[in-house]
Design a protein around this ligand. Structure first.
Ligand SMILES: [Fe+2]
Length: 180
């Protein structure tokens, strides 16, 4: 399972802290163990159920969000770093984990993905935090998982959480136009 997660997420190597990289990897392993989906499914299922016939896969979207977040954080560090400290490990780990709870929100029926009963009751920000905390992921990163989606609009996001939230939404909202 560890190899499957490494294959899904080459970006794990960007996390400098070995301890944090291991916590993030173990969170993904745990989610795959609990999920009705396989690692292979993630390359094929749509990244959202909110866009009909969504043309982008879960992994394409998730990896894109990590790349956007990393580049955005680097630019912010370059120009504003003296006034705005940003922890790159927290940004990368938070972006890699933001949607890990979707593995418990979705289920496969007749080859198609849909929201499960559990997913209706507990959207992925909630289940994502539950799995991550169990794997020892620090609070600053659980904060990103908890606040990355619309639920997080009620939370006072920290800098790293703002970066991941906006990276996620800029790679999601344009697809809503395609659906019109
Ligand atoms: Fe999400």
């Amino acid at each position: 399972m560890r190899d499957a997660v490494r294959k899904l997420w080459p970006e794990l190597e960007w996390i400098h802290s070995h301890e944090l990289r291991d916590q993030v990897t173990r969170t993904w392993i745990k989610a795959l163990q609990l999920s009705p989906l396989t690692a292979d499914d993630l390359d094929h299922i749509p990244f959202t159920l909110l866009v009909p016939n969504c043309p982008i896969s879960f992994m394409e979207h998730k990896r894109c969000v990590v790349h956007i977040a990393q580049k955005a954080a680097e630019s912010m560090c370059e120009f504003m770093g003296r006034a705005l400290p940003i922890d790159m490990d927290v940004v990368i780990a938070g972006a890699i984990l933001a949607d890990v709870g979707k593995l418990l929100e979705y289920e496969m029926v007749d080859g198609k993905v849909r929201q499960s009963k559990r997913g209706e009751l507990l959207r992925h920000p909630f289940t994502g935090v539950a799995i991550a905390m169990e794997c020892g992921v620090p609070d600053a990163i659980c904060h990103i998982i908890a606040s990355h989606a619309a639920e997080g609009d009620l939370v006072k996001r920290n800098t790293e959480a703002y970066i991941v939230h906006h990276a996620d939404f800029m790679a999601y909202l344009p697809f809503k136009n395609l659906a019109k």
